[in-house]
Design a protein around this ligand. Structure first.
Ligand code: 5RP
Length: 224
């Protein structure tokens, strides 16, 4: 395991300790969340921890089932106690860019539904200002060319995310536009501008949603 993976494992395991008996848990997506899910699975097997999870992606649902985490959905649950997820960038105000794994829409749903929204990252994800990572935006396939053109007026040239030379289709049946803004000085404003474009399903900007960030640093876990 390389150093970055060790940090991902450490923060994933740390976040799993925040989950208590009886909690409804939003399960994020990505390689850092994988370790959190494994750790929750171990607590279920060894300590009899009783929880229910709502997964943010089909891949997460598979991992959760393998780990023995019972799953539920929003027809049974109004509010989540805690959501734990990774991120692609975290800025000085704990605003985020997410969606590197194309799961941003459901990730934002489980983030907004939760009393506590905990982000787990290795130190490479910490930035002063968002935007170096191209902003993922989920869009309706029907109008994606037009939506991309509208987004380009805000200062970037969006590209359609592809997988094996075909458009990547999200778990919701939509496309992802990757938007290289380079620097996003006013993420709240940009989020509102992009959201106002018809055809945009959701953006990967998570503004004022986070309650705790757990950062894996060399020889230390920093909680902020
Ligand atoms: C998926 C995400 C992930 O949380 C983000 O890409 C971080 O992934 P990883 O933990 O693998 O670095 O937003 O849509």
């Amino acid at each position: 395991m390389n150093e970055q993976d060790k940090l991902k494992k450490a923060v994933g395991e740390k976040a799993a300790t925040m989950v208590k008996d009886g909690m409804k848990v939003g399960l994020g997506s990505g390689s850092t969340v994988y370790w959190m899910i494994r750790s929750l699975g171990e607590r279920i097997q060894k300590d009899g921890l009783k929880i229910e999870g709502i997964p943010s992606s089909n891949q997460t649902a598979i991992w959760a089932e393998e780990a023995g985490i019972p799953l539920t959905d929003f027809s049974h649950v109004k509010e989540l106690d805690i959501t734990i997820d990774g991120a692609d960038e975290v800025d000085a105000n704990n605003h985020l860019i997410k969606g590197g794994g194309a799961a941003l829409f459901r990730e934002k749903v489980i983030a907004q539904a939760a009393k506590e929204f905990v982000i787990i990252v290795d130190q490479s994800k910490i930035v002063d200002t968002l935007g170096e990572f191209s902003l993922p935006v989920e869009v309706l396939p029907f109008s994606w060319h037009r939506t991309a053109n509208e987004i380009s007026k805000l200062g970037c040239v969006p590209t359609l995310r592809v997988n094996e030379e075909e458009p990547l289709v999200t778990d919701n049946g939509n496309y992802i536009l990757d938007c290289p803004f380079k620097v996003i000085p006013f993420p709240d404003k940009l989020n509102k501008e992009i959201k106002s474009i018809v055809g945009v399903i959701e953006t990967g900007l998570f503004i004022d949603m986070v309650t705790t960030v757990i950062v894996g640093e060399k020889d230390n876990i920093n909680i902020k």
